[in-house]
Design a protein around this ligand. Structure first.
Ligand SMILES: NC(=O)c1ccc[n+]([C@@H]2O[C@H](COP(=O)([O-])OP(=O)(O)OC[C@H]3O[C@@H](n4cnc5c(N)ncnc54)[C@H](O)[C@@H]3O)[C@@H](O)[C@H]2O)c1
Length: 253
């Protein structure tokens, strides 16, 4: 039986942890050749080896996606390894919590924009050059429900994620006639390791967060990743320019 993304060459940024790791594993399960990119070599190589041990195909690429030259080299490496790039899941993101807007210092703001928005822009820039030259491809950006509505705990994060959605929609319009689909995922609270650890230290914060997530629990990384893989597959051929919640009802309220 052939998989949902059989034979496709796929790049997953931030693919060695959390949602990205789950996506790398599910892409491979569904038949893709997977390049997972990240900053931590040891963990990235371990995930790639574990995918291979399960019968999948994966390589690890060392890259910090907030640096243009590393992003360009990352995309070039995927193309040299696999001969092409069919799908990219731009998932990597990191920053520091920002707090009340009047207290955000410029360096923390810059870090959030660089880590969550500029990184998505850089990935898209080099992926699109390749996809446009080949005449097709799929890009999926990992945004957040906080890109669809305000998030009082972290205005810089919310602004960056609104930016990711704006970038996604605009690029989708630019490239729709070139066979390139571009969408954004908007997860609610997902129980990735750093989220679980943060809530373990602050059970009151978990209870407060779940007040906004009607399903009453954290999502699992795999619940986001299954949708990511489907959106990158040919089954989603009519979907472009969409910002899709996967959030246990968070945005339904
Ligand atoms: N976990 C959630 O509740 C949640 C909710 C909504 C959106 N998201 C988004 O989903 C994405 C993944 O989140 P996660 O919770 O799985 O995160 P995570 O911290 O568990 O994993 C992110 C991975 O990306 C890597 N990474 C971060 N910045 C990088 C960079 N500049 N270059 C290369 N690699 C980098 C990290 O090292 C890590 O391996 C992020 O964009 C996040 O904003 C997460």
């Amino acid at each position: 039986m052939s998989g949902l993304v059989e034979g496709k060459a796929v790049l997953v940024t931030g693919g060695s942890l959390g949602i990205g790791e789950a996506a790398a594993r599910i892409f491979a399960r569904e038949g893709a050749r997977v390049a997972l990119a990240g900053r931590g070599r040891e963990r990235g190589e371990a995930v790639a080896a574990s995918i291979a041990a399960d019968g999948g195909e994966a390589i690890y690429i060392q890259a910090d996606v907030s640096h243009p030259e590393q992003v360009e080299a990352m995309v070039a490496r995927v193309v040299s390894e696999f001969g092409r790039l069919d799908c990219a899941f731009n998932n990597a993101g990191a920053g520091v919590p920002s707090g009340p807007l009047a207290e955000i210092d410029a360096a923390a703001w810059d870090a959030a924009i660089a880590g969550y928005l500029t990184s998505a822009f850089l990935c898209m820039k080099y992926e699109l050059r390749h996809m446009a030259a080949r005449g097709g491809g799929v890009i999926l950006n990992n945004a957040s429900v906080d890109g669809l509505r305000g998030f009082p705990q972290d205005p810089a994060y919310s602004a960056a994620k609104h930016g990711v959605i704006g970038l996604t929609r605009s690029a989708a319009l630019q490239y729709a006639r070139q066979g390139i689909r571009i969408n954004a995922l908007c997860p609610g609270w997902i129980g990735t390791p750093h989220v679980v650890e943060a809530f373990r230290q602050r059970p009151d914060a978990l209870a407060a967060a779940l007040l906004h997530q009607p399903i009453g629990r954290l999502g699992r990384p795999e619940e986001v990743a299954e949708l990511a893989v489907w959106l990158c597959s040919d089954k989603a051929s009519l979907m472009t320019g969409a910002a899709i919640p996967v959030d246990g009802g968070y945005t339904a309220v």
